[in-house]
Design a protein around this ligand. Sequence first.
Ligand SMILES: [Zn+2]
Length: 100
Amino acid sequence: MAEFKCYICNSTVKTGEKFTFTKKGSVHYDCYVSSKRQQIGPEKTEEFRTLASLLDYSLQGLLNAMSIQTEKEEAAEAKRQSIQAYEKLAGDLTKKIEEL
Ligand SMILES: [Zn+2]
């Protein structure tokens, strides 16, 4: 995995850690959510909580898919497609959180 640095805590994102991308770069899920929570108005708290949970699940799904070992070509293709789908979902959810 390529090395990414979290723009909030400045540490390197390690394999197995949940992270996402915003316009500012790569960021840990936990760092992102706790900093964003402080910027959200009370009227958007519930929406934020829902989107943050969905992002959490999609990033966990992504990590789970990445950790699967397979040497069969068709299964590897399914794994690749699953990773892509989770990445897209995580990207879309992050975008929605950014727009809150
Ligand atoms: Zn961080």
